[in-house]
Every structure is written in structure tokens, then in C-alpha cells.
Design a binder for this molecule. Structure first.
Ligand code: HPA
Length: 278
């Protein structure tokens, strides 16, 4: 499944027909983090099924709608629930919403996800500011920028040296300090899932320099950066990766959703604080 420029424009037309504001910031809400959309004022919601070309979320804990409105005086378009590669969607489909944001004129994207903690210092309930990523799915041939390149959107070989915007990260640290919200920072390793990692894989990811691991985000970030959008991203550490054989505990999706909900108020404060300072 691939898209043409017309497909993005059709989705943009439908969205524009329902809203009267120009959104400037995109927000992507990950597993268990959908509650963040409740903070949006004067919200208009558009179910994905109303938008031509928009893939539907099939995963529990993901709503399937855009919520457009105001947050801290900024106009935001929030993707409440995303789609993943493991759902069987193509890379073009999992990044469709980001391209639609680009064609809507959005210049900054804030992404959130649920992730497993790999750094031995991390605990379930922590928030990690992503400062870099390792695109493990991309390295084995699943990069959303593969195929025909539309040069009017971005270059064939986009640089990824400065992927997670320095100024936005600095602002986030200021906000965290101001509200005394503990904030971890590190490298997100993107895998396809849906199976969680084996203990040997957890040890491998740690050895390769990953601080957190998850099944989303990197694809969306690549498409956003390709188009020159600024990116800020957070992982909610919903569990810690189990690195030893024969451990009784197991990672499960219910735990991911439950801890995600506990993190929402702190993550909302951080994002509100950043928006205020933009
Ligand atoms: N691994 C991969 N993805 C995840 C995890 C995990 O442990 N927790 C939440 N998303």
C-alpha cells in the first residue's frame, strides 16, 4: 500500500472541512496515553474512519481519532491512537498521519509512546526524553522513506544527525525542573514487535546502546524529519525489560496500559509546559 500526493490532499481536505483553526503542532499519543487529549480545549474530534486513506487503530488502548483544538494557547492536532507495523500496515500507512500533518502545514510534532526500560537505572513509571534512536527495523530493510522520493517534500538521503530538536529538549528539561518532574533521557530502539523481547534480546539492546525499546515512533520521526518538521518525543517506561532467564514476571499489554495511565498527568504537565514556552 502506497500513497500519492492526491491521497494526502484528500485527507487534508476532509480535515479542513471540519475545523476552522490552523493547527501548528502535531501530537501523537501512544499506548495508554490517550488521556492526554482530554486536556485539549474547544476540541473537535474526527474519527479516522471519516478520513480518506487513514488506517484504523486495531490495538486495545488506542482510540482512533484526531482531536483538534487548543492547548496552552497553541493550536494542536492530536492523533489519539496510532497504527503500528505489527498490525500488518505498510510503512506508508503507519506514517500516513505524519505526512497529513505536514500537508496541513504543521511544523512541530510531539510524539509519545510506551516503552520497555533497558537502561538498568530505569523504573516502570519513569518518563524518558528521547535524544536519539536506533532504527533496528529500518536497518533490516523496513524504512518508511524507501521507494520513490517526492523531492518537493524532502531529500532522497535525509540527514539524521540532529533528529530530536535540541531547543525543544532544553525546554523540556527546564519544564521538568520547574515542576520537579523526574525526567530520564536516552536512546530509543525501534523494533517491529508484536512479541516482547527475550532476555537475550534485552541484553543485546542494552549492549548496542538502547535505553528504552518499543514498537513505534522511529518511522514517524523519519518521515517528520524528512519533511523538515521539528521533533520532540517521549517514552513512558511502562515496564522494565527482563534480562534474565527463568524470571517469574512477564511483560504484558495490560501492565503497559495501566502504567501508561499513571504517567499521563506528569506527561501532560511536561507537554503543557513546553507548549507554554514555545
Ligand atoms: N518492549 C517493547 N515495546 C514495549 C515494551 C517492551 O518491553 N513496553 C511497552 N512497549
Amino acid at each position: 500500500m502506497n500513497y500519492t500526493r492526491q491521497d494526502y490532499e484528500d485527507a487534508v481536505s476532509l480535515i479542513r472541512s471540519r475545523i476552522s483553526i490552523q493547527p501548528t503542532i502535531g501530537l501523537v499519543l501512544g499506548s495508554g496515553l490517550g488521556g492526554l487529549a482530554n486536556a485539549i480545549d474547544h476540541a473537535v474530534s474526527i474519527p479516522y474512519e471519516d478520513i480518506p486513506g487513514f488506517p484504523q487503530s486495531t490495538v486495545q488502548g488506542h482510540h482512533g481519532r484526531l482531536v483538534i483544538g487548543e492547548l496552552e494557547g497553541k493550536t494542536v492536532l492530536c492523533q489519539q491512537g496510532r497504527t503500528h507495523f505489527y498490525e500488518g500496515y505498510s510503512m506508508a500507512q503507519v506514517t500516513f498521519a505524519i505526512r497529513v500533518m505536514y500537508f496541513l502545514g504543521i511544523e512541530t510534532v510531539i510524539l509519545t509512546n510506551a516503552a520497555g526500560g533497558i537502561n538498568a537505572e530505569f523504573r516502570a513509571g519513569d518518563i524518558m526524553l528521547i535524544n536519539d534512536h536506533i532504527n533496528l527495523i529500518g536497518m533490516v530493510g523496513n524504512n518508511p522513506l524507501m521507494g520513490w522520493n517526492d523531492d518537493s517534500i524532502g531529500p532522497r538521503f535525509p540527514s539524521m544527525t540532529q533528529t530530536y530538536d535540541r531547543r525543544l529538549r532544553d525546554l523540556t528539561h527546564q519544564v521538568a525542573q520547574h515542576y520537579q518532574i523526574p525526567l530520564q533521557e536516552g536512546v530509543y530502539m525501534g523494533l517491529s514487535g508484536p512479541s516482547f523481547e527475550t532476555p537475550a534480546e534485552v541484553r543485546m539492546i542494552r549492549m548496542l546502546g538502547g535505553d528504552a525499546v518499543g514498537m513505534s515512533t522511529v518511522n514517524e520521526v523519519l518521515v517528520a524529519r524528512h519533511a523538515g518538521m521539528r521533533v520532540l518525543a517521549f517514552s513512558s517506561i511502562t515496564n522494565v525489560g527482563i534480562d534474565q532467564l527463568d524470571t517469574e514476571t512477564e511483560t504484558n499489554h495490560e501492565e503497559v496500559l495501566e502504567v501508561g495511565r499513571v504517567i499521563v498527568p506528569r506527561l501532560t504537565m511536561l507537554i503543557r509546559g513546553v507548549l507554554q514556552r514555545l
